[in-house]
Design a protein around this ligand. Structure first.
Ligand SMILES: Nc1ncnc2c1ncn2[C@@H]1O[C@H](COP(=O)(O)OP(=O)(O)OP(=O)(O)O)[C@@H](O)[C@H]1O
Ligand SMILES: [Mg+2]
Length: 632
């Protein structure tokens, strides 16, 4: 069938309107369904983020500089992403102008020119698709790489910073910062910043094109969009209270569930299942009612933005109806206007969501900066490592001289402690709970530093002040369960990563662990859970002792290491300690009299003072006598 001239125009116009309607329907649907809803939701999220986390942007410029420093090596990709985004914006505007020409040419009936323009349009569309795919791939790649790099850098700092300062942070807060905040900063550099630039280019180019085509529509668009956002934000501010309550209800619900799951044993043994379940229902009811309220306010806030957006389109349709019927304007101009208008609206809504996102990422960066500002441990023993490399199997003395320590100002915990532990000596440390026994170990490990006085390790008559790197001479069995999730073997290897299977077995035998390990389903390859779950407390303690035995260092410290063992097993392990081939200088902290039988000397910590209550010369003969005399 031949298409006549006029029909030809209508056919082309119809085809074009279909294509362009796909375009602007596509824009609109993104605009409404994703853009608007996300935009408002995001604004509220950011708002709540500020309220809940009390983000105060103290030094945005300094923080911004920090972000850039953290992103060195990735900034060139940010630049490329900006270029691609800018190019995409300009291509979009050019497509609108090309489509105007296409419709106008088609209506005039110029077939060759129409074909050329159709080809141009197809090329533009393909170029846009290719560029935006490249953009997404590059952005996702850079984001994950940068996030990992920031995470590693902060984690490295955490590993090497002062333990005391770090211990003030909640573990979940640290992991949130390492994961979420690192992600947010990476997202700002590889996504938000290029996106903001893209939006600005899109706004400028669309506005210029609109101004050229129809100044009145351009002015209407540039006024209506920001005004609507302003009113929507004004109304959205009412969300503050509801949002805060909603976040609190959510946090309560989450912590309730977390604690309940952690203490499920207590709930079961105290028959609290029903009450606990009812408690969860009450918290959920509150959360649901707040979510519904939030939904209503959100919908109203969105309606303002929808109203603004539709009114701009309505203005264009009025303009079209008026001018087309009067023959003043061309169809092509109408189609171009319909496409360009979203080039003005989208940047405003995009900016409304991207700017708070950027601000939130500055908040995230500040939280990370807080961690990096924790001072690193001071390495003042280069002397020890370079000038006097102490062999691993050497015998070392420990000396505390006039050591004073307090965790809080004016609350002195340890007062002027002075004592020496000779190489190869086994010393018992006793004292009531909370007196500061573990703190003495922390001082020896240089995890905390004395307010006054000095702590030395002595090798061949030379004294070396303890420091982080003198930890390499210490094997430590900490108080409490300190196992990692993983296999039995991987836990033992923490003591010595190069230990052979024979070494592992030897350490297991010395710590009375070998028997129970052999009975486990996969023996040394048996997987144990978080904090040694799947093992008894006593078994976990024995593995911790085996781990320390594997380390074979000149100093061995056991902090309540045998508290969960029966007397017989404990006696066996203590004998193993005495018989260790490398004869470590040993400090045993204990409340148990049986452990004291092994000691050459016993110190008692009382009211911040240390008393030597027994030495080899004055040591009572029997364990019972020692126990009775030490008044534990
Ligand atoms: N990180 C810390 N920050 C502030 N105070 C602390 C910290 N760790 C311990 N303390 C306080 O220091 C005191 C001594 O604690 P430490 O753990 O050394 O006692 P302990 O003698 O080992 O007790 P236990 O026998 O119960 O293990 C306690 O009063 C404790 O509350
Ligand atoms: Mg302790």
């Amino acid at each position: 069938m031949q298409i006549s001239g006029k029909n030809n125009h209508y056919f082309l116009l119809h085809s074009y309107l279909c294509i362009s309607s796909i375009f602007y329907y596509h824009n609109l649907s993104i605009f409404f369904d994703a853009g608007l809803k996300r935009c408002t939701a995001l604004l509220c999220d950011i708002l709540a983020l500020f309220l809940e986390r009390k983000i105060i942007l103290k030094k945005p410029i300094g923080t911004f500089r920090w972000i850039l420093t953290q992103s060195r090596g990735y900034l060139k990709y940010t630049f490329i992403l900006m270029l691609i985004g800018g190019l995409l914006s300009i291509l979009g505007v050019y497509r609108a102008i090309a489509s105007k020409k296409l419709v106008d040419t088609a209506i005039l009936g110029s077939k060759p020119q129409t074909t050329t323009l159709l080809i141009l349009l197809a090329i533009l569309i393909i170029a846009e698709i290719c560029l935006s795919s490249t953009n997404s791939i590059l952005s996702a790649r850079c984001r994950s790489k940068l996030s990992a790099s920031i995470q590693k850098r902060i984690y490295d700092h955490i590993l090497n910073c002062q333990w005391m300062e770090l211990s003030g942070y909640h573990s979940s807060s640290l992991s949130t910062r390492l994961c979420n905040d690192a992600d947010a900063v990476a997202n700002a550099v590889t996504n938000t910043m290029p996106h903001l630039f893209t939006l600005i280019v899109l706004l400028a180019s669309s506005f210029t094109a609109l101004l050229y085509l129809e100044p009145a529509v351009a002015l209407a668009a540039i006024i209506i969009s920001p005004v609507c956002i302003f009113f929507s934000k004004l109304y959205g501010s009412k969300l503050k209270g509801v949002y805060k309550d909603s976040q609190e209800a959510d946090a309560l619900c989450r912590s309730f569930l977390q604690e309940s799951v952690q203490n499920i044993l207590i709930l079961k043994t105290f028959c609290l299942e029903r009450e606990n379940y009812a408690g969860l229902s009450r918290l959920q009811d509150k959360k649901i009612s707040l979510a519904v309220k939030k939904g209503y306010i959100n919908t109203l806030s969105n309606t303002v933005i929808r109203l603004g957006s539709w009114s701009t389109f309505f203005i264009i349709f009025c303009w079209g109806a008026n001018n087309l019927s009067g023959g003043v304007a061309a169809f092509g101009t109408l189609t171009a206007l319909l496409q360009l208008i979203s080039g003005i609206q989208a940047p405003f809504y995009g900016l409304a969501s991207s700017v708070p996102e950027l601000v939130a990422s500055v908040g995230s960066a500040e939280r990370l900066m807080e961690l990096t500002s924790i001072p690193k441990e001071v390495e003042d023993n280069t002397d020890m490592e370079s000038c006097c490399p102490i062999p691993d199997n050497s015998l070392l003395d420990i000396e505390f001289r006039n050591v004073c320590f307090s965790y809080k100002k004016n609350e002195s915990l340890l007062k002027n402690l002075s004592f020496t532990v000779k190489a190869g000596e086994i010393v018992g440390l006793i004292g009531a709970s909370g007196e500061g026994k573990t703190t003495i170990v922390r001082l020896l490990l240089a995890l905390v530093t004395p307010d006054k006085g000095h702590i030395f390790i002595k090798y061949k008559g030379r004294k070396y002040q303890v420091s982080p790197s003198s930890r390499r001479f210490i094997s430590y069995v900490p108080q409490g369960n300190t196992l990692f999730s993983g296999t039995v073997k991987s836990n033992l290897l923490h003591g010595n990563l190069t230990a052979s299977d024979w070494d592992i077995h030897e350490a297991a035998v010395s710590s009375c662990s070998a028997d129970f390990i052999e009975q486990l389903k996969d023996k040394y390859e048996t997987v144990i859970g978080e904090k040694g779950s799947g093992l008894s407390e006593g078994q976990a303690q024995r593995l911790a002792i085996a781990r320390a035995f594997l380390r074979k260092k000149p100093i061995l410290v056991l902090d309540e290491a045998t508290s969960s063992l029966n007397t017989e097993t404990e006696a066996k392990i203590l004998r193993s300690i005495r018989d260790l081939k490398h004869k470590p200088t040993c400090i045993i902290i204990t409340h148990r009299p049986s452990a004291l039988a092994l000691c050459n000397r016993i110190f008692k910590l009382e009211k911040g003072m240390l008393y030597e209550i027994y030495s080899d010369n004055s040591m009572p003969e029997t364990v019972e006598e020692r126990y009775a005399s030490s008044c534990i």
